[in-house]
Design a protein around this ligand. Structure first.
Ligand SMILES: [Zn+2]
Length: 231
């Protein structure tokens, strides 16, 4: 896990026969996000995304092969490529109800009204503007995009991607967990440097960091000190 971002010898990859389909599907997902908008895409459902792609020539309809590949990836047991976490969303078409979430405008993320928002509000009250929300609720499409972009950048390496991102359906961001960071720290918030920030120290002292993915966890995910577990 020390070298989570490098290929390992037994890593599982997208097979050669399906690679063209995989590539066109990833590119289509990126166009879909561009069209839907960064904020809205966080909670876009699978069916909604398929329809949007069909309606806008800029995105283009998902082919039968692309849809089959997405279903295969969603329903495949991620343990086959080294991810041992629980599934939080069981169906590819599981949706996030717009009425259940609240939009946090400054960061373009959503939080569950009943589970997460009160915790985030309390954090802000206790830490001021020092702590920022870096990622909130993520639906199936958003998790597909994050996970598959990472896979694509690494030549189809599913195992490598799953060491830093939960595969679609397995993310606790679908359930209410969220990520926080030090305001102004940018992408470094998603590195181990985060633990050197005042935001981390504040959150740690206040007892918020009951981590989902601890150092040397058995799930197969890197240490994520920025991830707030809500259940
Ligand atoms: Zn997270």
């Amino acid at each position: 896990m020390k070298h989570f971002d490098s290929p390992h010898r037994d890593d599982v990859r997208i097979d050669r026969a399906g690679y063209q389909t995989f590539r066109s599907m990833v590119k289509r997902l990126n166009r879909l996000e561009e069209m839907a908008g960064h904020g809205r895409f966080h909670i876009l459902g699978f069916d909604e995304g398929i329809k949007l792609a069909r309606d806008y020539a800029f995105i283009g309809e998902f082919s039968r092969d692309e849809l089959n590949l997405m279903e295969d990836l969603f329903y495949r047991d991620a343990a086959e490529y080294g991810f041992f976490g629980d599934k939080t969303l069981t169906g590819i078409t599981d949706r996030i109800n717009r009425g259940d979430v609240i939009y946090i405008s400054e960061q373009g993320n959503y939080l569950y009204k009943d589970r997460s928002f009160a915790i985030f509000k309390k954090i802000r009250q206790q830490t001021g503007d020092n702590v920022t929300l870096t990622s909130g609720v993520r639906g199936v499409m958003k998790q597909f995009l994050l996970f598959l972009n990472k896979t694509y950048k690494n030549q189809g390496n599913l195992s490598l991607a799953s060491r830093s991102l939960a595969p679609p359906g397995y993310s606790f961001h679908g359930n209410g967990d969220f990520d926080v960071g030090q305001a102004g720290f940018g992408a470094l918030n998603f590195t181990e440097k985060f633990i050197t920030t005042d935001a981390y120290k504040n959150l740690y002292d206040l007892g918020y960091l009951t981590l989902r993915y601890e150092l040397d966890n058995s799930v197969g995910v890197r240490f994520e000190p920025w991830h707030i577990r809500i259940t």
